[in-house]
Design a protein around this ligand. Structure first.
Ligand SMILES: Cc1cc2nc3c(=O)[nH]c(=O)nc-3n(C[C@H](O)[C@H](O)[C@H](O)COP(=O)(O)OP(=O)(O)OC[C@H]3O[C@@H](n4cnc5c(N)ncnc54)[C@H](O)[C@@H]3O)c2cc1C
Length: 420
């Protein structure tokens, strides 16, 4: 069998970057993927459009990864968001910038990104083998020797050992397990002596105690002020897009807050989310606006009047919760009802009782403890020749292209380190 300098496990964002980089710099590389083709998760990213990175200035970038952003500094500086854009442009992917600095391929097709990465590997003579599920790492005397794997061929399979003195584990986290990311790398890392920080789903929709009415499900509101309360203390607030789901709340701003919610729920704290549905109006201004509407449209039904303030699909829910008859006319609304309405519009409160599972989480938080990994090369400090890249590490970022950038940067650094 052919000899390889390096084996990369997992043909996702980090693995394809790592393998292509090492091969481009002269290494003989084998890339193993357990699914029947590379990039199964990548193709789903950005709702099939792939938000490859974010143009935010690099000084602010690290804050997007919470407390572990500092560790990521060397990797991101080693392969910056600007370099990511140039990399893809150079390979023929034209990019465009959308709101909040998010960068997408101009074609709006994640498939283009996957194809380009696969070709980047093939053109640099990486051997890609699909349908190969790595089972274990082979480690002796504190150094990597290779791995054992299950090779699937048509309706049968066989076991194989493959040897190399360098192995990059880029098996991703546990989210969206149907794409192949089932947390295998965590198990091997633990067996190799690494510490795992607890893992849990992040960027994940939240489940509310309150039932979401059918007509409100899938309603998206682009600009809502959201506050997160833990044990009656406001811990985070932000403004942005939310979405009502069958089981609760989602949308960019909710996903961003979900990590804190998940942690708080795990320690049995009381978690609440409040929504300010009219964030541009202060309480007084809202009252003035309400009075104006009631005067102007006094003979109209409350249902119609509220169209001035909130999406139509939300009006029935709003009136029901505030016990206001939808057929009531504007001039019939009492001062008390107006007050209830005003308070509700500024602060709709939801008790968060849970979160969706890994099946619906965009990323996995937690993973291989970073102090056991060299931040420049991604090499394990415990096992010589063993490297980790991507989401398998204890790195997760905000929504907006930050997670793929982390996968690309750590993949690049590991690939470079393994090419010498
Ligand atoms: C629906 C969705 C949308 C997203 N959208 C965005 C976005 O637009 N922008 C953004 O920045 N981030 C996005 N993310 C997050 C981003 O996709 C991940 O953070 C990123 O893909 C992680 O890259 P990775 O290479 O570490 O892992 P993955 O992309 O998960 O790749 C891991 C690979 O390893 C393979 N593998 C696992 N175990 C084995 C094994 N035992 N043997 C062989 N192969 C194995 C898997 O099959 C998989 O192909 C999204 C995530 C999801 C789920």
């Amino acid at each position: 069998m052919q000899n390889f300098d390096l084996i990369v496990i997992g043909a996702g964002a980090a693995g394809m970057f790592a393998a292509g980089t090492a091969a481009e710099h002269g290494a003989r590389v084998l890339l193993l993927e357990k699914m029947n083709r590379p990039g199964r998760k990548l193709i789903l990213t950005g709702m099939g459009r792939c938000n490859i990175t974010n143009s935010e200035p690099i000084e602010n970038y690290y804050n997007r990864y919470g407390k572990n952003g500092r560790w990521l500094r060397q990797a991101i500086q080693g392969f910056t968001p600007t370099q990511t854009i140039k990399f893809f442009n150079h390979l023929g992917v034209e990019t465009i910038e959308e709101s909040n600095g998010q960068i997408f391929p101009k074609s709006q097709k994640a498939r283009e990104v996957v194809d380009v990465l696969v070709n980047y590997n093939l053109n640099n003579r990486v051997t890609i083998r699909n349908d190969v599920e790595v089972k274990n790492l082979l480690i002796r005397d504190g150094a990597i020797e290779g791995l054992s794997c299950k090779v699937i061929a048509r309706d049968t399979f066989k076991f194989e050992s493959i040897f190399a003195t360098k192995v990059i584990v880029a098996t991703g986290g546990k989210s969206y397990p149907g794409t192949g990311s089932t947390g295998d790398g965590y198990r091997w890392a633990k067996k190799a002596g690494h510490t795992l920080t607890p893992i849990f789903p992040a960027l994940v929709p939240l489940e509310t105690k309150e039932q979401i009415p059918v007509e409100v499900i899938k309603l998206e509101m682009p600009d809502v002020k959201v506050c997160l309360w833990i044990d009656d203390k406001k811990v985070e607030e932000g403004r942005g897009e939310i979405e009502f789901t069958r089981t609760g709340l989602s949308g960019r701003i909710i996903l961003k807050m979900s990590k804190q919610c998940v942690l708080a729920l795990h320690v049995k704290s009381r978690v609440e989310i409040t929504l300010d549905l009219v964030p541009d109006l202060g309480m007084k201004e809202l009252d003035v606006k309400l009075l104006q509407c009631l005067n102007e449209y006094g003979k109209k039904r409350m249902f119609n009047i509220l169209r001035e303030l909130i999406p139509e699909r939300l009006i029935g829910y709003c009136l029901e919760i505030n016990e206001i008859d939808p057929d009531k006319l504007g001039h019939q609304l009492t001062a008390d009802e107006r007050k209830r309405l005003r308070l509700w519009l500024k602060e709709v409160r939801f008790i968060i009782k849970g979160h969706r599972s890994y099946i619906k989480a965009l990323v996995t938080s937690g993973g291989i403890q970073l102090k056991e990994i060299h931040p420049k090369t991604m090499e394990s400090k415990l096992v010589k020749g063993l490297y980790f890249a991507g989401e398998v590490l204890d790195v997760d970022g905000d929504k907006g292209g930050y997670n793929l950038q982390a996968a690309f940067s750590t993949g690049r650094m590991a690939g470079l380190a393994c090419s010498g």
